[in-house]
Write a protein that binds this ligand. Structure first.
Ligand SMILES: [Zn+2]
Length: 483
């Protein structure tokens, strides 16, 4: 069964039906990180939000092309170069690797394309040249090239902003450079004495401005060349709507003659204890630290539990509550693992119940990623499954197979529940302690074999004191950490 897909478009400011440019295909672009530092929670939130969008479209049988860039030319990177004496590549590679590791731990599907600005210089130069040729851009006496916002009558149509004449005049007078209009922005920074970073290009030596990087990368990797729009959906954090997305849209419109994206989606901010996260407030913390402490999946589950458009208020207490909800899914997975279900059985099981469950989830996801309904459906399923396992000692295996299928569906749609349940419940225990625990378990197994039950019980107690619970199962002895 097909449900229609509705998404909240930031330009039209309402929920509208998603109708792809080409039937059955979706091309999506998300503005990625500027790689001068490790990723913070805001990056994680944005990545998870649009990973859900991608999974939803995949589950609706779309062929999805998904691009997310690395901004690897930027003043912040150049500042870091002068502070540390490292090269551009040393810095950007380090943070690209760090970001990619974080994304992997958060269960984000790897994008189809991950372009870098440094590898897009030719396309950037080409686009800037087109803007110059069509008189949408101008060079100042210092050689910098600016976009002339007054030449685009649709400028501000993305953000819906309005600048009155007085505001324009007063702000224009206060700036010292040669911009024609206050909103004009740099496309190409001409080489200056002592510049640490410059690229050779047909425009002369220099480096691109930030906004043009995204437009050129979309044009190179994702764009429909002869349609009304380059791509279907452009995504990013709410703080990017203006000026970044406005400027991207404007320069693409003027250079290519068609609109950049048919739909614009923005995710809300991450606040920490009620305050907007920012480096200057000192409340911006790295995803890596959170992953180390709680595990990537717990962070993912927590961050996806609030609707992507709403601001997210991060608190450690709520994270722990959210983790309990996730624990329930893994406890069910563990219970189900004590039944032997073959792939053949999974494939042959009567589909109806599973289909109903899947359709409930999908219907909610298709409604602008309505995650609270999805999570409520999951809670309901977990409770029902547990109840029927409690009540029926000799439960029908086809029922078990359905439950297993439902868990797989949850996994595909929201990227939760993929891990091995033993590992999940062993999270936070170092390798050395793990080895110690496993040695004790082998000693206990030996003791039981020798019918030395006193020793076996002693070892069990010793493990209990280490907060480790052991279970004898049909798949051998399992253990998990208990609080
Ligand atoms: Zn961008």
């Amino acid at each position: 069964m097909k449900y229609k897909i509705e998404l909240f478009d930031s330009v039209k400011k309402e929920k509208i039906e998603f109708e792809p440019i080409v039937s059955g295909e979706a091309r999506i672009y998300v503005c990625g990180p500027t790689v001068y530092d490790h990723a913070h929670l805001g990056h994680a939130r944005s990545a998870i939000a649009f990973d859900l969008l991608r999974r939803m479209l995949l589950e609706n049988d779309f062929k999805v092309e998904f691009g997310r860039n690395f901004t690897d030319i930027d003043d912040k990177i150049i500042n870091k170069m002068s502070q540390t004496g490292e090269s551009l590549l040393e810095i950007t590679e380090r943070y690209i690797n760090s970001y990619s590791r974080d994304m992997q731990d958060l269960g984000i599907i790897v994008p189809t394309v991950q372009p870098k600005a440094t590898e897009t210089i030719d396309e950037i130069s080409h686009m800037v040249q087109e803007l110059l040729d069509k008189d949408f851009a101008y060079r100042t006496s210092s050689g910098d090239i600016y976009f002339d916002t007054s030449r685009d009558k649709n400028y501000l149509s993305i953000s819906g902003r309005y600048q009155n004449e007085n505001e324009r005049e007063s702000r224009l007078n206060s700036i010292e450079d040669e911009k024609r209009n206050i909103a004009d922005f740099v496309l190409w920074k001409h080489e200056k004495d002592g510049d640490l970073v410059k690229f050779e290009s047909s425009l002369g030596n220099g480096r691109p401005g930030w906004h043009i990087e995204c437009s050129a990368m979309i044009e190179k990797h994702l764009s429909h060349k002869n349609k009304n729009y380059s791509i279907d959906i452009h995504c990013g954090g709410a703080d990017l709507l203006f000026p970044h997305h406005e400027n991207e849209a404007s320069q693409s419109r003027c250079a290519t003659g068609h609109e950049l994206a048919k739909y614009w989606l923005h995710n809300g901010f991450v606040k920490i204890d009620g305050e907007k996260m920012s480096k200057s407030l000192g409340n911006s913390f790295f995803v890596r630290d959170a992953i180390k402490k709680y595990g990537g999946e717990a962070i993912r589950f927590y961050l996806l539990s609030t609707h992507y458009r709403a601001d997210f208020n991060f608190s450690e207490e709520e994270l722990l509550n959210s983790k309990k909800r996730l624990d329930r899914i893994y406890r069910l997975k563990k219970r189900l693992s004590s039944y032997k279900i073959s792939e053949a059985m999974l494939n042959s099981v009567f589909e109806l119940d599973n289909l109903i469950f899947k359709n409930h989830l999908l219907k909610a996801m298709n409604d602008d990623l309505n995650i609270s309904i999805v999570l409520a459906e999951i809670d309901k399923f977990v409770s029902t499954a547990n109840e029927s396992l409690d009540q029926n000692k000799k439960i029908d295996l086809s029922k078990i197979a359905q439950y297993v299928k439902n868990l797989k569906c949850i996994n595909r749609l929201i990227g939760i529940g993929e891990n091995n349940y033993s590992e999940y419940f062993q999270f936070g225990i170092g390798d050395e302690v793990k080895k110690e625990i496993e040695d004790l378990i082998s000693q206990r197994t030996e003791a039981k074999k020798d019918k030395n039950f006193v020793l076996a019980d002693e070892i069990r107690d010793q493990l209990k004191n280490m907060n480790v619970q052991i279970m004898d199962t049909i798949n051998g002895v399992k253990w998990e950490r208990v609080e």
